[in-house]
Design a binder for this molecule. Structure first.
Ligand code: EPZ
Length: 453
């Protein structure tokens, strides 16, 4: 029986989309984690704001980067290899408008196109953004983005297959308070405010490390951005920005995923490039579950120390809380913990659907669609939250699985690697969208698998 994850998966159409995984072997070895998917793509968009070429280093070779590269190229930006492996140069000298067909053909399954609004309005005075893709882990509305753009003076018209924007009188500074510290909406404001006329005050901003790295990129370009206490960011608009030369911070979500793989398979993985500071909250939970880690200047060793693992209560939250992107791989490890663990997903309304297929592999996971109360809660309760109650340890057995989304898909691969027996995992292309050289890394860690479709 083929198990479908939380979202209806598209049919597999390219080689490298179906894996046959033989589980029960620990993953041991080293993986190199390069630039963060959720920074590199945004820094690429920021290059549109520069009057001179920009260079981005440690760019991960992932689908989301290819999508943004294509979108930049259809807008006349020349993208070329830089002076070191993994670097790209963006030259906006010939930047121009693109027609809908070109944009739509390249927007793909990404959410990044929405961040082109501000830069294109500054550059061309108008923009068209096709309806967005991205992981189906909730409605993923963009109301915060559109409200902010209107606040800057943009005219925003919803069309049947996207959004048309114009700024006949240019864009001016704004006073914006986000209803929730949205990462994307914060990036939208930053990428628009830096060239707007006047000062922008952003309150209740997201402050994830990727956001701070994007602020670093913009500051290198000549922007004036002050990061104040209590999630307040002031941006003084400037008339001109030049290109940047920037090395993306490492992908802490990928690093956390490999750490959970070490826990779940009782292996030992060195994640080269991982740094403690951006992973503090994750490392605390990792230790409480029974993992141990050694931090070096080059990266972090992750391994299981306790047998069996220990149960925990985790609430996902905005930074510096426990990232929502970390909970899916962690839940697989918690199926091997002795006792009852609870994961409260407070950021997205449908990010626990992936647990259904884990149940078919032998896990004991109950999802509470309206979440769970409890005196111990520290994160403010949100209407849309849900909770997963994981009782372990439960041996996992192989199954046929279809990947539903990026992090859920990775979690399925960990489960298949930890399970006894063979699993067929389909729709793996989604995982390769966000994890660079995914198959090479599995092979380097001793995973026993074949590409069968
Ligand atoms: C970014 O998504 C990341 N994606 C996500 O990573 C990450 O999980 C998320 O931030 C939270 O950290 C990228 O950077 C490409 P949000 P984003 O806006 O910006 C609601 C991954 O696996 N909201 O912070 O889309 C929203 O529905 C991906 O790499 C509105 O209501 O996340 C959600 O409940 C998955 N209206 C909450 O805010 C809006 O206009 C947080 O979303 C925008 C958001």
């Amino acid at each position: 029986m083929t198990l479908v994850g939380s979202a209806q998966a598209t049919s597999s159409s390219t080689l490298g989309d179906v894996l046959e995984i033989r589980g029960g072997r620990p993953l041991t070895g080293q993986v190199d984690v390069k630039g963060a998917k959720n920074l590199a793509t945004k820094a690429m968009v920021a290059s549109l704001l520069g009057e001179t070429p920009s260079t981005l280093r440690d760019v991960p070779e992932i689908r989301d980067v290819e999508v943004v590269r294509s979108l930049l190229e259809v807008h006349g930006v020349s993208v070329s290899e830089g002076d070191e492996p993994g670097s790209l140069v963006f030259d906006t000298a010939q930047a121009k408008s693109a027609n809908f067909e070109e944009i739509d053909a390249h927007a793909g399954s990404s959410r990044i196109p929405i961040l082109f609004c501000g830069p294109l309005l500054h550059l061309l005075g108008q923009a068209f953004i096709p309806d967005l893709g991205g992981c189906r882990i909730g409605d993923r509305p963009i109301d915060f983005h559109l409200d902010a753009l209107r606040n800057f003076g943009a005219v925003v018209d919803k069309e049947p297959n996207g959004i048309r924007l114009s700024a006949p009188d240019g864009l001016h500074g704004a006073s914006i308070e986000l209803p929730y510290p949205s990462v994307g909406a914060t990036e939208q404001v930053l990428l628009t405010a830096v060239r707007a006329k006047g000062v922008t005050e952003l309150r209740n901003a997201a402050i994830e490390p990727e956001i701070m790295d994007l602020i670093g990129v913009l500051q290198k370009m000549g922007a004036i951005i002050s990061y104040e206490p209590n999630r307040v960011i002031f941006i003084e608009g400037v008339d001109e920005l030049h290109g940047y030369d920037h090395r993306s911070l490492f992908d802490r979500n990928e690093a956390a995923s490999w750490a959970c793989a070490a826990l779940a398979t009782d292996g030992e993985i060195f994640v080269k490039g991982a740094r403690q500071y951006e992973m503090l909250t994750f490392l605390n939970v990792f230790r409480k579950v029974g993992g141990s880690f050694d931090i070096t200047d080059e990266g972090i060793w992750f391994r299981r120390a306790a047998k069996p693992l220990k149960p925990v209560m985790v609430e996902t939250d905005v930074h510096p809380g426990f990232m929502t992107d970390w909970q899916q791989p962690l839940i697989v490890a918690l199926t091997q913990a002795e006792g009852v663990s609870i994961v409260h997903e407070t950021v997205y309304e449908n990010r626990l659907g992936f647990t259904h297929a884990l149940g078919q592999m032998g896990a004991d996971i109950v999802v509470h669609p309206k979440g769970l109360d409890g005196a111990y809660r520290r994160v403010a309760r949100r209407e849309l939250e849900q909770a997963a109650v994981i009782t372990g340890p439960t041996p996992l057995h192989g199954a046929d699985i279809v990947v539903p989304d990026l992090r859920g898909g990775y979690a399925y691969v960990i489960a298949a690697l930890a399970a006894e027996g063979t699993s067929r995992v389909s729709n793996v292309g989604i995982i390769r969208r966000g994890y660079e050289k995914f198959f090479d890394k599995l092979t380097a860690l001793g995973a026993d698998f074949d590409i069968v479709g």
